[in-house]
Ligand binder design. Structure first.
Ligand code: SF4
Length: 338
C-alpha cells in the first residue's frame, strides 16, 4: 500500500546541507505494523515525517525518490491534495502531546473540529456539533480515558502525560486513517504507562485494521508491537526484516549493538548494559563508505572506502554490510555466538 523508494531528503542549514536521508527503501502493507529503529539523528523521524511532508519547506529538499501510496507519488501532489491525505488517509502521533494539542482549547473541541473539518473535506453530509461530540465521547471510551462525558470539557494541562497520549491517539484515529505514524509515542512516559500505550495501539490497530509505522529507539517496545523492523543508521536502512529476522537472525553489527543495549529477562538488576561506543556520523559530510565504520569492531579497509550494497538474505530480510561478502574473513554474525 505504501512504498518508499530510494528516498533522499536534505535540510539546508547554516552548517551546510544535512543529508538526513540518503536512499531509503521501505514497504508497508495493509494492516501491518512496521517499526523504524535507530539512535537520534539516524533519519528515522525524517523518513516517516516525509510521508506527510511535515518539514519546513524553506529548509527541506526532497532530492530524489518516491513515496507511493497506492501507486500515487505523494511528493508530486499539490498542497491541497496533500492536506486531504493528512488525517484522512495518514495520521500522526507525536512524541510530546503537549506540543501537538492546543493549550487554549478543551480537548473535546479540538477533536470535534478535526471531525467536522474531515467531513467537510470529504464532501460528505456535514456532521452536527452534537453528533461530533458523541463521536468524541465514543473515541475517548475506546482509548479508555476515564469519565469521558466530563473530561471532554477539560484542557490539555488537566491530564497526565499518559492520558494526553491517549487523547492524541483518539485524535489520530478520529478520521479512521489507513496509516498511523507514531513518532516515539511512549518516550516521554514512565515505563508502566509506556506498556499501556503500546497495548492500546495494538488493540486499536486490530480493531481498525489500520497500518502503523512506529518510530522508536526502544527495542523492547518494538518486539512487542511490530511485525516488521527497519534499522536505520547514518540516513540509511542498514538492516530490515521481520521481527524474528532482526531479533534472532540479524547480520549487521549495529543491529546487534542495539539489541545488546536492551535489558534481558533474568539478568541481575545491577548488571551494566552494553552501549555502542562513539557517535553517529556527521551527515553534513557523510562518510563515503559504511557510516558505521568508525564504531564497528569488524570494520575492514573496504568498509571505510565503499558503501556496501544491500544484500537479500531471504524474501523478507535485507542487510547492508561487508560481512556478508563471500570474500569476508569474518563469519556471519548470525552464525557466531550471541
Ligand atoms: Fe562494520 Fe564493515 Fe559491516 Fe559497516 S560494512 S557494519 S564497518 S563490517
Amino acid at each position: 500500500m505504501l512504498e518508499i523508494k530510494e528516498l533522499k531528503v536534505s535540510f539546508h542549514t547554516y552548517m551546510g546541507e544535512v543529508q538526513a536521508v540518503r536512499g531509503v527503501n521501505l514497504k508497508l502493507q495493509d494492516g501491518e505494523i512496521l517499526a523504524i529503529v535507530g539512535e537520534s539523528g539516524c533519519g528515522k523521524s525524517v523518513t516517516a515525517q516525509s510521508v506527510l511532508q511535515l518539514h519546513d519547506p524553506a529548509m527541506t529538499e526532497y532530492k530524489e525518490g518516491k513515496i507511493l501510496l497506492d501507486g500515487k507519488n505523494l511528493l508530486e501532489l499539490s498542497d491541497k491534495h496533500m492536506q486531504e491525505i493528512r488525517g484522512k488517509e495518514i495520521s500522526m502521533i507525536f512524541q510530546d502531546p503537549m506540543t501537538s494539542l492546543n493549550p487554549t482549547m478543551t480537548v473535546g473541541n479540538q477533536i470535534i473540529e478535526v471531525l467536522r473539518e474531515h467531513e467537510k473535506n470529504s464532501g460528505g453530509k456535514k456532521i452536527s456539533r452534537k453528533e461530533a461530540r458523541e463521536k468524541v465521547i465514543e473515541l475517548f471510551k475506546m482509548v479508555r480515558l476515564p469519565n469521558p462525558e466530563q473530561r471532554i470539557n477539560s484542557y490539555p494541562h488537566e491530564f497526565s502525560g499518559g492520558q494526553r497520549q491517549r487523547i492524541m491517539i483518539a485524535m489520530a484515529m478520529a478520521c479512521q486513517p489507513r496509516i498511523l505514524i507514531a513518532d516515539e509515542p511512549t518516550t516521554a512516559l514512565d515505563v508502566t504507562v509506556q506498556a499501556q500505550i503500546i497495548e492500546l495501539m495494538k488493540e486499536m490497530q486490530k480493531e481498525s485494521g489500520s497500518s502503523i509505522i512506529m518510530i522508536s529507539h526502544d527495542m523492547g517496545a518494538v518486539a512487542s508491537i511490530a511485525q516488521k523492523v527497519a534499522v536505520m543508521y547514518g540516513g540509511l536502512v542498514v538492516e530490515s526484516g521481520t521481527v524474528e529476522d532482526i531479533f534472532y537472525r540479524h547480520e549487521h553489527p549495529y543491529t546487534r549493538g542495539l539489541l545488546e543495549s536492551v535489558p534481558k529477562g533474568g539478568e541481575r538488576k545491577d548488571k551494566k548494559l552494553e552501549s555502542i561506543e562513539g557517535t553517529p556520523p556527521n551527515l553534513v559530510n557523510p562518510p563515503k563508505g559504511c557510516p558505521f565504520a568508525d564504531r564497528c569492531k569488524y570494520a575492514m579497509q573496504v568498509c571505510k572506502e565503499h558503501l556496501p550494497e544491500e544484500s537479500s538474505l531471504s524474501e523478507s530480510h535485507k542487510c547492508r554490510c561487508w560481512l556478508l561478502d563471500s570474500d569476508c574473513p569474518y563469519p556471519r554474525l548470525s552464525l557466531s555466538k550471541y
